[in-house]
Design a protein around this ligand. Structure first.
Ligand code: ATP
Ligand code: MG
Length: 228
């Protein structure tokens, strides 16, 4: 790879995703990748591509920042493993063979010593990680709040980024509160099922209905905005 192209890809996550990871983000996904925000909330429909997009972001960061640590937290080990598996697939497109970090069951070690580590849901808070560059909380609305709070100090010293990724699960919990009252530091992205280009309207129509309407949020445009 020509050094100039490397530099371009380091500066442009969307081009990196398209040209190096062979992931063609849709326009809304590209906006998220390009945003470079330190705190992101993806409040999006099932199957929008949240985990895939997040895996691409994890690989972008790990690839361009040597020795960086990216943590993936989720309600269960299986879900963390699923996101890390997507990251491994992207890494293979970069020619990186799958290799663990030797200390964590769900982990990827890159040639530049960066690591992507998936945490088992039940003990995420007490693993003694430090210097975390990026904390990804997948299915955040279902992650145990105490574990989430126990994990936050890992960002306090490193000043790392955080992404909360989920479909909503009622008006409760840290995901909901960050969305509603988290303040202007969060970049908020909302995509209902009706606006996901990969969900066909006829398939939506097949799903559960209430009062003649599909049980999905409708009429809400993608918003990438900062709360006032
Ligand atoms: N830009 C894209 N182009 C093509 N396929 C995509 C794109 N984004 C996501 N997908 C596909 O959509 C499907 C769902 O992706 P993914 O599992 O990342 O979504 P999700 O929002 O995390 O889903 P869930 O809510 O079930 O966790 C996968 O098959 C994935 O490969
Ligand atoms: Mg997912």
């Amino acid at each position: 790879m020509a050094p100039l192209l490397d530099i371009c890809h380091a500066l442009d996550p969307v081009a990196f995703a398209r040209e190096r990871l062979d992931f063609q983000p849709d326009p809304n996904q590209a906006l998220v990748l390009a945003s470079r925000s330190k705190q992101v909330i993806l409040n999006c429909t099932r199957q929008w591509g949240k985990s895939t997009l997040t895996a691409a972001q994890a690989v972008f960061t790990a690839w361009h920042e040597p020795e960086s640590l990216i943590l993936v937290m989720s309600p269960t080990e299986r879900q963390s493993g699923e996101l890390v598996r997507k990251a491994a697939a992207f890494l293979s497109r970069l020619g990186v063979k799958r290799r663990g970090d030797g200390g964590n069951k769900i982990s990827l070690l890159l040639p530049n010593r960066s690591r992507i580590v998936g945490l088992p849901g039940n003990e995420a808070g007490d693993r003694g990680f430090s210097g975390v560059r990026l904390l990804l909380v997948d299915e955040a609305s279902r992650v145990d709040e105490d574990l989430y709070l126990a994990m936050l100090p890992v960002l306090a010293v490193s000043g790392g980024d955080i992404w909360l990724i989920s479909t909503p699960f009622g008006r409760r919990g840290f995901f909901y509160r960050a969305w509603i009252e988290g303040g202007p530091g969060w970049q908020r992205v909302k995509v209902p099922a009706t606006e996901c280009p990969r969900i066909r309207p006829e398939n939506l129509a097949r799903g559960p209905h209430r009062h003649g309407r599909p049980l999905v949020p409708t009429g809400v445009s993608l918003r990438i905005r900062r709360q006032r």
